[in-house]
Design a protein around this ligand. Structure first.
Ligand code: FES
Length: 106
C-alpha cells in the first residue's frame, strides 16, 4: 500500500509498504523525520505519534485502550486522529493513507 508522510513544513514523502507492516515501520525504514519511534514498536515510548488525515480516520480507527492512555499522557488530551503509528497495521484498505508528523516530536 502507498502511505504518504507529511512533515510540519508540508513536505511529503510517498512510500510503499511491505507485507504486514505498520505505519511506523514504513516510516523508520525510510528515515522519515519526526518519527524517532524509540521503543521500536513496543507501545512504550509514544514517540511514533502521527495525525491521521481526516478522510482516513474512519478506515484507520481510533487508538486501542493502552494506546489512548499513552496519547493522553503525552499530550494531556486525545486529539481526533492521533495514533501511535506502531499500532497502525497497514492493509490494502489503507492504500493512499496520509499521516502528519507532529512538530514537537523527534
Ligand atoms: Fe514506541 Fe510506537 S514506537 S510506542
Amino acid at each position: 500500500a502507498r502511505i504518504t508522510f507529511i512533515q510540519p513544513d508540508g513536505s511529503r514523502q510517498v512510500l510503499e509498504s511491505g507485507e504486514d507492516e505498520t505505519v511506523m515501520l514504513v516510516g523508520v525504514r525510510h528515515n522519515v523525520a519526526k518519527l524517532p519511534a524509540d521503543c521500536g514498536g513496543q507501545l512504550a515510548c509514544a514517540s511514533c505519534m502521527v495525525e491521521v488525515a481526516e478522510p482516513w480516520r474512519a478506515a484507520v480507527g481510533g487508538p486501542g485502550l493502552d494506546e489512548g492512555d499513552m496519547i493522553e499522557d503525552a499530550l494531556g488530551m486525545r486529539p481526533p486522529g492521533r495514533r501511535l503509528s506502531c499500532q497502525v497495521r497497514i492493509t490494502e484498505a489503507l492504500d493512499g493513507l496520509e499521516v502528519r508528523l507532529p512538530e514537537t516530536q523527534g
